[in-house]
Design a protein around this ligand. Structure first.
Ligand SMILES: Nc1ncnc2c1ncn2[C@@H]1O[C@H](COP(=O)(O)OP(=O)(O)OP(=O)(O)O)[C@@H](O)[C@H]1O
Ligand SMILES: [Mg+2]
Length: 235
């Protein structure tokens, strides 16, 4: 794989819910093996980026490319098959399924690759201990691990994480930061949507800031002044 080829590219993307125009000409790229953060306050359109990728929000003008192929009509199952793993905001687990069953559903896309149930259990040992428990009986942190594990079961080239730290204790966020770093070091590209700057600084090298559905700033996180980022997040 070309180390600099874009895995995911948004090129001037507009997106809508019904008539409501939410994303305006959004452009950004995640290159192979890279970790890119999307920052922005509540309601600016961060999740709509994910929903557009999944075909939940309507994609108007602009192009979405995955491995240089335009995704003309995005659909949730196509994303998983193509190699995009998504841990949705708020975890979104199946309430009546066990931890093990939630993970096996993640493998339903049948993409070949290295991830197995045992691999996910090695990454998150607490999930092995709770394998037969209903997913929703887990703590918030464990549910987030399950959502990530489920996404990994599809052997994604790109893992999309929508506010994974939301509502979690700092010690759990530290654990997730280590896991994201390790996944990225092994070659999984990351699109990390976050308002937690300390997590972003540990996991991503580049960022884009969204405000009112537009990218208003982007650049490298190396050596950036934290207060200049903070103003895009603090309410
Ligand atoms: N299904 C929907 N139908 C109509 N409007 C929606 C829908 N989902 C979100 N919106 C609106 O789209 C805008 C962007 O929402 P979005 O969820 O993308 O924001 P966000 O940046 O992810 O916010 P948060 O940080 O709170 O998760 C908001 O004004 C929201 O009210
Ligand atoms: Mg959101």
């Amino acid at each position: 794989m070309n180390a600099h080829a874009p895995v995911l590219a948004f090129e001037g993307v507009d997106a809508f819910y019904g008539a409501a125009h939410i994303l305006h000409g959004v452009s950004f790229q995640v290159r192979a093996g890279e970790s890119v953060a999307i920052l922005g306050r509540n309601g600016v359109g961060k999740t709509t980026i994910v929903n557009t990728l999944l075909g939940i929000a309507r994609h108007g003008a602009g192009a979405i490319r995955f491995h240089d192929r335009a995704i003309e009509r995005p659909r949730p199952y196509q994303a998983a098959r193509a190699g995009i793993g998504v841990a949705l905001q708020g975890r979104k687990l199946f309430p009546n399924l066990s931890v093990r069953e939630n993970l096996m559903l993640g493998a339903a896309s049948n993409r070949a690759g290295a991830w197995t149930l045992d691999g996910v259990f090695d990454l998150f040992p607490v999930l092995r201990e709770r394998a037969e428990a209903p997913g929703t009986a887990l703590s918030g942190g464990q549910q987030q691990m399950l959502a990530i594990g489920r996404a990994l079961m599809a052997n994604p080239d790109l893992l999309v994480l929508d506010e994974p730290s939301e509502g979690l204790a700092p010690v759990i966020v530290d654990e997730l930061a280590a896991v994201f770093g390790a996944l990225n070091a092994k070659g999984t590209a990351l699109l990390l949507i976050e308002q937690n700057l300390s997590l972003v600084e540990r996991v991503s090298r580049r960022f884009a800031v969204l405000a009112k559905g537009r990218v208003v700033e982007e650049g490298s996180l190396d050596g950036i002044d934290r207060t200049s980022l903070q103003r895009h997040i603090a309410i």
